[in-house]
Design a binder for this molecule. Structure first.
Ligand code: G1P
Length: 295
């Protein structure tokens, strides 16, 4: 049984919801408290035992590529000045040479297409896909929970969570045959269904562990919802042969693809920080009082 050692991060999107910030800064580099969004995804992957990091990027994302490299001049200056705190803060951003790759997606043909581009780098082993927009705050990192569950339940595994009716058609939605604890044995899944056609209230969240058979499916997958090559459709096509499980992770998800989700995540993560909590709590209490008096 091969372990899950590689993770694919599809980061080719234009981030239009964050314009004008994303005119020159890739969305994944926007700071959530004091670290770029992508750092949270990489930290989660590392905690799950991932050793190789594959980014599917697009032209204009050089800031992201540079971010994971070494910064010798900066490190030298900090170390000469004895600034150990900032030096320590830099450490997680450095991914060892040879452990990180960047593949360019020249045409935005969809998530399925992005994952297919990792085929040669992944090879013949199970691998993780992390969509950095879905930020999951959890005691045990979500991907680690999934890697453990996957070791006992082979086949493709996708993270799921309950989604309200008015949002369901923005998600992949799973059709559940039965449940075994947090694992859902699936008989189908559909990308962005109309609310009346959704097979359940359980939506796909951006964490996947995929068997390499997905690449054969993706290679022949035609366009689906929105005219894009959908990962959901390729997984659905592989159900009979490979098997697909949903996984209800334990944690709180923030949709950092939207400005309001990003803002909520910023507050939640800042409240987790001992150095920021007092100031932020005081500020929020003051604002809440002002708002209730005005109402
Ligand atoms: C993608 C997937 C969808 C999933 C969602 C989770 O959609 O295609 O199945 O539910 O991520 O964030 P997107 O948000 O890129 O439209």
């Amino acid at each position: 049984m091969k372990p899950v050692r590689k993770a694919v991060f599809p980061v080719a999107g234009m981030g239009t919801r964050f314009l004008p910030a994303t005119k020159t800064v890739p969305k994944e580099m926007l700071p959530l408290v004091d670290r770029p969004l992508i750092q949270y995804a990489v930290d989660e992957a590392r905690a799950a035992g991932i050793e190789e990091f594959i980014f599917i990027t697009s032209p204009g994302k050089t800031a992201l590529e540079n971010y994971f490299g070494a910064a010798p001049a900066l490190e030298r200056t900090l170390s000469e000045k004895g600034k150990t705190g900032p030096l320590e803060a830099l450490r997680p951003s450095h991914v060892a040479e040879g452990a990180v790759s960047f593949v360019r997606q020249e045409n935005p043909k969809g998530l399925g297409h992005a994952v297919l581009l990792a085929r040669r780098l992944v090879g013949d082993e199970p691998f993780a896909v992390i969509l950095p927009d879905d930020l999951i705050r959890a005691r045990t990192p979500a991907l680690k929970q999934m890697v453990e569950a996957h070791s006992k339940n082979r086949g493709h595994m996708i993270a799921t969570e309950s989604v309200c009716d008015d949002r369901i058609s923005s998600y992949g939605v799973v059709d559940i045959e039965r449940r075994e604890g947090a694992v859902q044995i699936l008989r189908g899944l559909v990308e962005k269904p109309r609310p009346e056609e959704a097979p359940s209230q359980s939506g796909v969240v951006g964490r996947y562990i995929l068997e390499p058979s997905i690449f054969e499916r993706l290679a022949v997958q035609g366009p689906g919802a929105g005219g894009e090559i959908q990962l959901t459709d390729a997984i659905a096509a592989d159900i009979a042969e490979t098997g697909v499980n949903g996984f209800e992770f334990d944690g709180e998800r923030f949709d950092c693809g939207s400005v309001s989700g990003f803002l909520n995540a910023t507050i939640a993560y800042a409240l987790d920080r001992p150095d920021l909590i007092d100031n932020l709590q005081g500020f929020l209490r003051g604002r809440a009082t002002g708002l209730s008096q005005a109402a």
